[in-house]
Design a protein around this ligand. Structure first.
Ligand SMILES: Nc1ncnc2c1ncn2[C@@H]1O[C@H](COP(=O)(O)OP(=O)(O)OP(=O)(O)O)[C@@H](O)[C@H]1O
Ligand SMILES: [Zn+2]
Length: 884
């Protein structure tokens, strides 16, 4: 700006001719701005123009005084309208200039001395940064710096529109306060300097009173030094306030405050605590300096807060109705918005916006707070180092420098770490019942707070954020940041963040560094669809596909524990009704339709229990894959069948445990293991005895693999029991894992439902299981014979029950009866006494003689014949059971 030009304009202004430039510099700070334009290179001209500045200011104040006549009011109106028009036109230019200037400062680029003051005003740049390298200029910069903090407004068109409406209303009503407020919210003008009527009012007066003194003094050497030292500090609200102090010399009104500030600044731990930058840092952040997502997307207003609807509603109502308490406690899990809400609430308390949606973000107090320069809001950070003395000083200082019309807000973050002395200070303060003071305690739990404090607080509980809320918030961020991430991945991030949006945002940011499309696979997790497929196979006892699917999934590098946890989560979701199958899946057996039956839900509940139990095993085991497979194979309603019938499962199991798994055609895996186990037994007689009298019936995977052995009689069983430990050793050697064995007697009631087993390698496991279990308790009729023979081809050993009565009924004559018995024997069916009740069995008379001719070639014929031969007392209800 041309120096003489400025002088001329001021002349014109003094003479009542408001120049264009001056119209844009109506208030005190703008006079100083003018002064700086004029004096920065010509101290002699400064003296001459000071007086004119002051006269201009004085006239201007008179125009605004309570005794304003209509002429002066309309003059102001004209001026304001003019200003608004200009400001609106040039908003874009201003912000561009600001950015450009910021770049210059941050690049350490030497700035033209002539332009520097103007640039500093436009940018609101921190003088602390300029002091080191720019010697003398610092003085002027520092003085202007304070004012620039107030001038540097966001230039959002939307806000402008609101503000304009407010402003014109206020003027029409002639309400001075409103005018103050509203004018102050008009943003920067063409020169990047905002217009601030309220500043004129009180500061102008003091400025006039002390002008001679303040303008004749420069900064003292010691102060310059101190400021130089401060300028080395990172920019926080402390040192920004410190630089405000330098302006205090020209503006004595702030002297007290700045003195108070001085002692506040001497407390090292104030502000900026929680990993996020303070608002000051965020908004005055150096261009090019990275802000993480949590800093960048920290909510500025209540409407930005995700979830916490009750808290938000209560707080904004409190602000609206002006029902403000003295002390609040915000407690809840980390990263749920406690500190954020405390800041928003503090700002809303002092917001001058007349409408309900406070904080507005563009009135003076809002901007001051946003820039970290608010003298009414103190934020204590990590309180580990705090002592009671420091805390007391802070309170006193806050009370001392607080604007009477505004709330002094004290946010104590992580207050649960404060010691009892500090709490005594807090108590002392609140007992004094200071007016317009609000203390907000932020902590994760109220338990650590003294009861005497808690009982005096309004308590607001912050809950973990819901997954859906977090997904929405993350989606928004991803869109803004151009992060290509699919919804499943977002859901997963949300579910892994335990309700903490901060954690979720940090994870998203980390993933965004990978570039390209972010999918579940990239994160090392499995999509819900694949999980449901796997569950479907496991729950429908499709062993082969379960194992196959599991292997496929594991080959993508998923951690078994993570997979188990995902499975458990999805089951929980299904049980809770919060997981919806996207469509009907006819190919699925268990989840073939969207709505599950009660029985299915019960199976799911059981499956969840099994998975939870298996998790413990998985955590301590080095064979996680084994245990995970075992767990999955237990999810089937009756895993005994499903696991037994598939040699491939067992071969899988053996392969993990180093046992030869090469398939030998249709060779039975279980038979193979049994033989290996027998081979391993060193005692020859035991080996032969077991081979002759017993069978390995089943193996199931559980907490430890359980092997079931069946023996012919109680006697043989009890013989084998004596060698239990040797047998276990042998099994463990073969299977390479701890084994539990169950030794049972063949076909006793306790052996469970028709379990002999085996080998149906080519048979569908589930089909086989189904048919087997269905028929379990049924009698076999002679009509079943073709089926039996078919079964024989499919199974090495079969067992079922056939009633003696049934056999008799189908044996018309002695020969026929014998033939039937022979046939059954051929079919591997065993006929044997089931209980002593046989004695009460009374066959129909006509058939009685036939029974006598029955011949039993297999076990215990003598005993049985004895029972049968006294058939008179046999009960019709009694059965003999025939295993096949
Ligand atoms: N409810 C929320 N709405 C919007 N953003 C949130 C919310 N909760 C957390 N955030 C995000 O997480 C960041 C940190 O939040 P904040 O510091 O308020 O959490 P906190 O509950 O105070 O956590 P801590 O107890 O660890 O201090 C915010 O900057 C914001 O980006
Ligand atoms: Zn506001």
């Amino acid at each position: 700006m041309d120096e003489n030009g400025d002088g001329d304009r001021i002349h014109r202004y003094v003479n009542g001719n408001i120049s264009d430039h001056l119209q844009n510099h109506i208030h005190l700070t703008n006079c100083i701005h003018l002064k700086n334009h004029v004096h920065k290179q010509s101290p002699s001209a400064a003296d001459a123009t000071h007086l004119r500045d002051l006269v201009a200011l004085h006239r201007l104040r008179r125009l605004r005084g309570p005794s304003d006549d209509t002429r002066s009011a309309s003059l102001i109106d004209d001026a304001i309208l003019h200003i608004r028009g200009r400001r609106f036109e040039n908003g874009g230019e201003c912000s561009m200039k600001r950015e450009e200037s910021n770049r210059n400062w941050s690049n350490g680029k030497s700035v033209n001395m002539k332009d520097m003051p103007r640039q500093a005003e436009e940018t609101g740049e921190e003088p602390a940064r300029s002091t080191n390298s720019h010697g003398k200029v610092v003085k002027k910069e520092k003085r202007r710096r304070f004012r620039s903090g107030r001038r540097n407004r966001p230039s959002l068109a939307a806000r402008d529109a609101k503000t304009r409406a407010e402003t014109s209303n206020a003027f029409v009503q002639g309400n001075e306060n409103d005018v103050d407020q509203n004018c102050s919210s008009i943003h920067s003008n063409k020169c990047g300097i905002p217009l601030n009527w309220s500043s004129i009012h009180h500061r102008g007066k003091l400025f006039l009173e002390v002008t001679g003194q303040s303008l004749s003094h420069g900064l003292s050497e010691s102060r310059s030094k101190k400021e130089g030292a401060i300028s080395d500090k990172p920019i926080t609200s402390e040192n920004s306030s410190q630089s405000t102090k330098s302006g205090g010399e020209a503006l004595p009104l702030l002297l007290d405050a700045s003195e108070s500030q001085k002692s506040i600044d001497s407390v090292p731990w104030i502000d900026n605590d929680s990993g996020e930058l303070s608002l000051a840092e965020m908004h005055s952040s150096v261009p090019g300096k990275h802000q993480n997502f949590t800093q960048k997307y920290m909510p500025r207003t209540f409407t930005d807060v995700v979830g916490q609807s009750l808290v938000v509603q209560a707080l904004s109502n409190a602000v609206m109705t002006k029902k403000i308490g003295l002390m609040y406690a915000f407690y809840g899990p980390h990263g749920t918005g406690k500190t954020t809400c405390a800041r928003i609430f503090a700002r809303a308390l002092n917001c001058q916006f007349v409408e309900s949606s406070k904080p507005c973000g563009f009135c003076d107090p809002c901007i001051a707070d946003e820039k970290g320069k608010s003298r009414n809001i103190r934020h204590i950070g990590p309180v580990d180092n705090i002592n009671s003395q420091g805390l007391l000083e802070l309170f006193q200082n806050l009370l001392a420098c607080q604007h009477r019309s505004q709330y002094g807000v004290f946010i104590i973050d992580e207050c649960d770490a404060m010691d009892s002395d500090c709490w005594s200070v807090v108590l002392k303060v609140i007992r004094g019942d200071p007016s317009r003071v609000v203390i907000i305690l932020v902590c994760s739990s109220l338990d650590a707070l003294p009861h005497v404090i808690v009982s005096r607080c309004e308590k607001f509980s912050f809950t973990k954020l819901k997954e859906a809320e977090m997904v929405r918030a993350l989606q928004l961020i991803a869109r803004k940041e151009d992060v290509d991430i699919d919804r499943d991945a977002l859901k997963l991030i949300a579910s892994r963040s335990c309700g903490s949006l901060r954690d979720a945002e940090m994870t998203l940011e980390q993933l965004s560094l990978l570039g390209g499309e972010i999918s579940l696979g990239l994160i090392g997790l499995i999509s819900d669809e694949k999980l449901v497929d796997l569950l479907d196979f496991a729950l429908s006892a499709d062993t082969i596909n379960t194992v196959k699917n599991l292997r496929d999934i594991m080959s993508s590098g998923v951690e078994p524990l993570a997979l188990l946890s995902q499975l458990a989560t999805i089951i929980t979701d299904i049980l809770a009704g919060s997981y919806h199958m996207a469509k009907q899946w006819p190919k699925r057996k268990f989840f073939h339709q969207q709505a599950l039956s009660k029985a299915d839900m019960e199976k799911l509940r059981h499956a969840l229990k099994t998975l939870c139990e298996s998790e413990k095993q998985l955590r301590v085991s080095s064979e996680r894959m084994t245990w995970l497979t075992a767990a999955l194979l237990q999810l089937a309603p009756d895993q005994r069948y499903s696991t037994l019938s598939s040699s491939s499962v067992f071969s899988s199991y053996r392969s993990w445990n180093g046992v030869d798994s090469s398939p030998k055609g249709n060779a039975d895996g279980i038979e193979e293991i049994w033989l290996k186990v027998l081979e391993n037994i060193k005692i020859k007689s035991l080996k032969e005895f077991m081979h002759k009298e017993g069978k390995m019936a089943s193996v199931s995977y559980g907490a430890a693999p359980t092997v079931e052995l069946v023996f012919n009689s109680q006697l043989t069983k009890s013989v084998v029991e004596k060698f239990r430990s040797r047998i276990i050793q042998s099994f463990e050697a073969v299977l390479g894992s701890a084994v539990t064995i169950e030794i049972r007697q063949w076909s006793r009631e306790g052996t469970g439902p028709g379990v002999i087993v085996l080998q149906g390698q080519e048979v569908s496991v589930s089909d086989d299981f189904q048919s087997e279990s269905e028929r379990n308790n049924q009698s076999v009729s002679a009509d079943d014979e073709p089926e039996l023979s078919e079964r024989k081809q499919r199974f090495g050993i079969v067992r079922r029950r056939v009633t003696l009565r049934h056999v008799i009924q189908h044996a018309d004559a002695r020969e026929a009866a014998t033939r039937a018995a022979d046939k059954l024997e051929q079919e591997n069916i065993r006929l044997e006494a089931r209980s002593r009740r046989l004695l009460c069995w009374k066959p129909p008379k006509i058939r009685h003689h036939k029974v006598l001719w029955l011949k039993f070639r297999r076990r215990k014929p003598q005993g049985f014949r004895k029972f049968v031969s006294c058939g008179r007392c046999l009960s019709a209800r009694s059965q003999i059971s025939i295993g096949y």
